[in-house]
Write a protein that binds this ligand. Structure first.
Ligand code: HEM
Length: 455
């Protein structure tokens, strides 16, 4: 006899794999999540559950579910226990803090990202990119690891705009150390049995050395600023001069350190990945790349872009958005449920982890026609407005929405326009893109592309 759902029947758990299939999926999900998560959704639907010992993991691949977790019932969720590695690295910065501490820090930092402030950042972004392109021009065309270049460029931009510090000399060291630290944080999150970070194992010692070298750079930035005297014009200045309304106390060096580390991390690798994927996609689609070059030339000629030019560079915005649809730098967001919840009719018990996956929802065939195809026209204003909210969420949603969203979109538009104005991108012979779904989604082995000067 088949059961019929009545109002008195308790809600059911979400469907999911059982038996050997479950064991296989649990094992493979940490090695190859970009294959396993879509398989789980294909076989079990847009809310699926996979259990293993004490872990009760829900994959949610529907805009209504995203809204439930990030917006409607956000108070019921905290960042998942998989952020533990990031917490060791970033302490109580904006990305990892919770509750009252998070609210206070967000309030303090928000004004530094207001639109009027961004005006001033545009000039820095353009000047810094111009210096990179001058170097490229001097070195001539050929194959370049665009991902390494974008990491260096975006690190410099974050340092100059938010802290008034040029980190270019530190870029290589910081880049290497961040890779070590993030790889550790990722593995730490994935391990079922975690060796505490303070146990002197090989990976832990390498992580601690990497963390020390990043902290050293950030501490130098803070002490240079303290000795110059605090001015409140950039984010660091604002954070340093901020006072708590209740006790009049300022931020301790530890708080500043956590916040700066967070912004270095959240503000540069994500943007560098988005830029690299956008350039990769254009290299793969020469017709679209030529059309875009023509639009950029028509809008700018040979002059560098200004903030006022951005509306004329809407085609560049669409390419950036489409690149983040196919390759969302934040490919997963995870939360732990504080109390039982109901997501699209499924019972999600207290303590469960919920994974929201831009990588799969951005390719959901119910919302995207030919989801695998690169088609920036999906982001024409009318098409984007017609789409349900939260189908596309590269910057998250609700109160924990990316604070750097407008900063990043401006940066993507300015930098891409400048690069394409001066260089033509083409594939590098023999290069096959492999993805590394670490804390961010990045190319696994750099992003070599052929770049030829256009002038
Ligand atoms: C293409 C570039 C970027 C992408 C795709 C991106 C994506 C995201 C996402 C998805 C979240 C929410 C995470 C969650 O809910 O678990 C987030 C949060 C955050 N992002 Fe971004 N981000 C980008 C650029 C930036 C930039 C440029 C900055 C700073 C300069 C920044 C700073 C932050 C911070 C501080 C948070 C934590 C906010 C909070 O919880 O209050 N991001 N970002």
């Amino acid at each position: 006899m088949s059961a019929t759902l009545t109002p008195t029947m308790p809600p059911q758990f979400a469907p999911g794999p059982t038996g050997l299939k479950r064991l296989r999926m649990v094992k493979e999900s940490s090695q190859d999540p970009l294959r396993i998560i879509p398989e789980l959704i294909r076989d079990h639907g847009d809310v699926a559950r996979i259990r293993f010992f004490w872990v009760n993991y829900h994959v949610v691949n529907h805009p209504e579910g995203v809204r439930r977790v990030l917006v409607e019932n956000h108070k019921n969720y905290i960042k998942s226990r998989n952020y533990v590695g990031l917490k060791v690295l970033l302490g109580q910065g904006l990305l990892t803090a919770e509750g009252e501490h998070w609210r206070r820090e967000r309030k303090l930092a928000q004004p530094a990202f207001h639109r009027e402030r961004l005006q001033g950042f545009a000039d820095t972004m353009v000047d810094t990119t111009d210096q990179m392109l001058e170097r490229w021009s001097a070195e001539g065309g050929g194959i370049r690891d665009v991902h390494a270049e974008m990491m260096r460029l975006t690190l410099r931009i974050v340092g100059l705009t938010l802290f008034g510090a040029d980190l270019d000399g530190d870029a290589q060291d910081v880049g290497r150390a961040l890779t070590v630290a993030l790889t550790w944080a990722n593995r730490h999150a994935e391990s079922l049995i975690r060796v505490p970070w303070w146990v002197p194992s090989g990976p832990n010692l390498r992580f601690l050395a990497a963390k020390r070298s990043i902290v050293k750079v950030v501490q130098r930035v803070i002490s240079e600023r303290r000795s110059r005297g605090v001015d409140g014009t950039d984010l660091l200045g604002m954070l340093m001069s901020a006072r708590d309304e209740s006790d009049g106390k300022g931020m301790s060096d530890q708080q500043l350190l956590d916040e700066l580390l967070t912004l270095v991390l959240a503000g540069h690798e994500t943007t560098a990945n988005a830029l690299s994927f956008a350039l990769y996609l254009l290299a793969q689609h020469p017709e679209q790349a030529r059309a875009l070059e023509a639009q950029i030339d028509a809008a700018l000629g040979e002059a560098p872009p200004t903030l006022a030019d951005l509306p004329k560079l809407d085609a560049v915005r669409m390419v950036a958005e489409e690149a983040m649809r196919l390759f969302p730098p934040a490919w997963v967001m995870e939360r732990d449920a504080l109390e039982d919840d109901l997501i699209m009719g499924h019972r999600v018990p207290k303590g469960s982890t919920v994974g929201l996956f831009p990588y799969t929802l951005h390719r959901h065939p119910a919302y995207w026609n030919e989801p695998e195809r690169f088609d920036p026209s999906r982001f024409e204003k009318a098409a984007a407005e017609a789409r349900p909210k939260h189908v596309y969420f590269p910057f998250g949603g609700g109160p924990r929405f990316c604070i750097g969203n407008a900063f990043a979109m401006m940066e993507l538009q300015l930098l891409l326009s400048m690069i394409l104005q001066r260089f033509r991108v083409a594939p590098a012979p023999g290069f096959q893109l492999e993805l590394e779904p670490s804390i961010t989604l990045r190319p696994a082995a750099g992003m070599p592309l052929t770049l030829e000067p256009r002038r």
